[in-house]
Write a protein that binds this ligand. Structure first.
Ligand code: PLP
Length: 259
C-alpha cells in the first residue's frame, strides 16, 4: 500500500507545541506522510507568541509547486494562514484533494494569528472548496458574526457556515459550558447534527490541541475512514495527548501523545 500524503499548510511554532510541528507529529503517528507548506514563522515559547512573519508569496508558492510536482496530497489541512494572497495562491492547488480547514484566529495566550481579512478570505475562498471546517466557539463567532453561548446557537452558526458550500462543520465545544464535566463537539452537515460527548480532561497543558485534532482528522480521512469515525479517532487521540501532557517550559505545555 502506498502511504497517503497529507499536506499541512500552516505556521511554524518555534516552541514545538502547535502549528506545523504539532501537525507533523500527529500525521506521523497516524501513519500518513506529512508534508509542510510553511505560511508563517512564529517566535514563541510555552508562555507567549512574541513575533510572527508571513512567508513571502513567492516562497509560499514554491513550496506548493515542489510538492505538487512530486508528492501530490490526498488531503490538505490548513491552519494559520497569513494573507488573502496566500489563500488565493493555495486555491490553484486544491484540485482532486480533500480540504480540511482549521480556521486559526487567536492563540490561547491571546496573540492574534490571523486578522479579519484573512478570516474573510477563508470564508469566501476556502470554505466553498472544503470538506470540513473545525472552528472552536471563538472562531465560529468570528467567522459568522453570530454570538454563541449555547449549543443551539452553535448549530445555527454552523448551519450558516454550510451555506458557503463546506460539506461539514465540526464545532469544538471545549470553550462552551466550561463548568460541566463533559465536552460536547458537534458535527453539523446538511442532513444531520451529531453530538459527540466526552469527559472534560482537566489538564492546563493543552497547547496545540486544535492543530492536533484537525491533523488527526485530515490523516484519518486520507486513510479512508468515514468522517464520524475520524472524529472519534481525533478526540481519542487528543484525550490521550491531554493525559500525557506536561509542562515543558514555564507556561502551557504541548498536548502530546507519546506512542
Ligand atoms: N502557533 C501556531 C503557529 C498555531 O497554528 C497555533 C494554533 O493553531 C497556535 C500557535 C496556538 O496554539 P494554542 O492556542 O493551542 O496554544
Amino acid at each position: 500500500m502506498t502511504r497517503p500524503i497529507v499536506w499541512t499548510v500552516a505556521g511554524s511554532d518555534s516552541g514545538g507545541g502547535a502549528g506545523i510541528q504539532a501537525d507533523l507529529h500527529a500525521m506521523h503517528n497516524l501513519g500518513v506522510h506529512g508534508c509542510s507548506v510553511v505560511s508563517a514563522l512564529t517566535a514563541q515559547n510555552s508562555v507567549a507568541v512574541t513575533a510572527a512573519e508571513a512567508t513571502s508569496a513567492a516562497m509560499f508558492e514554491a513550496q506548493l509547486q515542489a510538492l505538487a510536482a512530486d508528492m501530490p496530497a490526498r488531503v490538505i489541512k490548513t491552519g494559520m494562514l497569513a494573507s488573502e494572497e496566500q489563500i488565493k495562491i493555495l486555491l490553484n492547488y486544491i484540485n482532486d484533494v480533500w480540504l480540511v480547514v482549521d480556521p486559526v484566529a487567536v492563540s490561547t495566550s491571546g496573540y492574534r494569528l490571523a486578522d479579519n481579512a484573512v478570516l474573510q478570505a477563508i470564508h469566501k475562498h476556502l470554505l466553498p472548496r472544503a470538506q470540513l471546517v473545525t472552528p472552536n466557539i471563538n472562531e465560529l463567532q468570528l467567522l459568522t458574526g453570530v454570538s454563541v453561548d449555547n449549543e443551539e446557537q452553535a448549530i445555527t452558526a454552523a448551519r450558516q457556515l454550510l451555506q458557503t458550500g463546506v460539506q461539514a462543520v465540526v464545532v469544538k465545544g471545549g470553550h462552551l459550558n466550561t463548568d460541566l464535566p463533559q465536552v460536547t463537539d458537534l458535527l453539523v452537515s446538511a442532513d444531520r447534527v451529531v453530538r459527540f460527548q466526552q469527559p472534560r480532561i482537566a489538564n492546563a497543558h493543552g497547547h496545540g490541541t486544535g492543530c492536533t485534532l484537525a491533523s488527526v482528522l485530515a490523516s484519518a480521512l486520507a486513510l479512508n475512514y468515514p468522517l464520524e469515525d475520524a472524529l472519534v479517532m481525533a478526540n481519542a487521540y487528543v484525550a490521550a495527548g491531554l493525559h500525557d501532557a506536561e509542562a515543558v517550559g514555564q507556561g502551557t505545555g504541548p498536548v502530546r501523545h507519546h506512542l
